[in-house]
Design a protein around this ligand. Structure first.
Ligand SMILES: *Cc1c(COP(=O)(O)O)cnc(C)c1O
Length: 381
């Protein structure tokens, strides 16, 4: 096995995580909804100015909660970009939902709002969108189309915590939104996520679904004198030890984001001339968008160029990776009627996109090595 001197990702670790985990153990409340979970909820609710944030065991599980909350039934259609992680769609397919794959914009790689009108039918129940790389989708257009047709919007905001669209935080537009704290994300507790509830009428039921279909949260708040089975649900609460780990990172959010911004900007500035000279396309950040600095990608001129560059970087001890394969052409996507040519931008970009090493503890020296290795690449196809 090749040893990569510079990996693609290292989970952030600030140092004070362990103290908080120890404290949660000392508190003798290590199951869900202990003191640190409540701190994480309060942090997200205050920072994003939202009604309700609930930590979950993963973003995938938060998306499953969305499908339950929206009462997705067999045959209901869900519009989802063809260029996203499998969980954005699988969570709805689990309830019997039928995915309808939308193509993406060639500039931001986000769901192309211009294709929405032709994808909406009488059966459309939800638009699940992804703010790719933490750059906002065109929310004004998407929300107005959704409202006009009375369709719910779910923001899979796994990449975009603290990013904004026209000044408003991502994850605060749709009825529901989800976050991921997987180790590849800006903030992590290993495996974890959150559900953000922006529609007040869904708050009560979100708590119930997260607590195995019981009204346990009402009981703990003294709203009922015993708790019982009231709805469908599952167990979506993470351990308070994980919340403790995560809370330590929330407290350092500004520091983590500032460092990620520096890394992103350095790639963007230092590679601009090289990219232009070699027909490599760097990311486009629209003026009305503030991103979350989640990842740095390059669009290579062709698939053979990308393959050759990955190999060249590997020879330099650097791991670079591609990203999502088109969902409509996956084994499952084909079963839902996906065909080559349905989403041409997705099909083109999936073959050419390359992600560079990007993590909080990436040192300036190592970043310099990545940049120098790219500039030394000569094996253009
Ligand atoms: C990481 C990711 C997920 C899944 O997150 P988990 O917390 O691992 O379940 C879902 N959607 C997108 C867009 C992601 O990047």
């Amino acid at each position: 096995m090749t040893q990569y001197r510079i990996p693609f990702n290292k989970p952030p670790f600030l140092g004070h995580e362990l103290g908080y985990v120890k404290d949660s153990i000392a508190n003798a409340h290590i199951s869900g909804d202990g003191a640190y979970t409540r701190r994480c909820h309060a942090f997200l609710e205050e920072k994003l100015a939202i009604q309700k944030a609930l930590l979950t065991t993963s973003c995938t599980h938060a998306l499953e909660m969305c499908a339950l909350l929206l009462d997705i039934q067999p045959g209901d259609e869900i519009i989802v970009p063809a260029f996203t992680f499998v969980s954005s769609v699988n969570a709805f397919v689990l309830r019997g939902g039928a995915p309808v794959f939308a193509d993406i914009r060639p500039d931001t790689l986000n769901l192309d709002e211009r294709v929405l009108p032709q994808l909406i039918t009488k059966k459309t129940r939800a638009i699940v969108l992804v703010h790719y790389a933490g750059l906002a989708c065109e929310m004004d257009a998407i929300m107005s189309i959704a409202r006009e047709h009375n369709i719910a919007v779910v923001e899979d905001n796994a990449h975009g915590l603290f990013a904004r669209y026209k000044g408003k935080y991502l994850g605060t537009f749709g009825e529901l939104a989800t976050l991921s704290f997987h180790e590849t994300k800006n903030f992590t507790c290993g495996e974890g996520g959150a559900l953000l509830v922006n529609d007040d009428s869904l708050v009560d039921r979100a708590e119930i679904i997260r607590e195995k279909g019981t009204n346990r949260s009402h009981f703990f708040r003294g709203q009922v004198d015993k708790y019982t089975w009231v709805d469908v649900g599952s167990s979506y609460l993470p351990s308070d030890m994980l919340a403790a780990y995560l809370y330590a990172q929330f407290e350092s959010a500004a520091e983590i984001q500032a460092r990620r911004q520096e890394i992103w900007n350095r790639y963007h500035v230092d590679l601009a001339e090289w990219a232009a000279a070699n027909r490599v396309q760097a990311p486009t950040v629209p003026d009305h968008v503030e991103q979350s600095y989640h990842l740095y990608y390059l669009l290579m001129p062709s698939l053979p160029d990308r393959t050759a560059l990955i190999q060249h970087l590997k020879d330099c001890g650097i791991l670079s990776v591609f990203h999502y394969q088109p969902l409509h052409l996956s084994n499952m996507g084909l079963r839902f009627g996906g065909r080559r040519g349905d989403c041409p931008v997705t099909e083109d970009i999936a073959d050419r996109l390359l992600r560079l090493p990007f993590y909080y503890s990436l040192t300036p020296e190592d970043q310099e090595r990545v940049i120098a290795a790219l500039q030394a690449f000569t094996d253009w196809q």
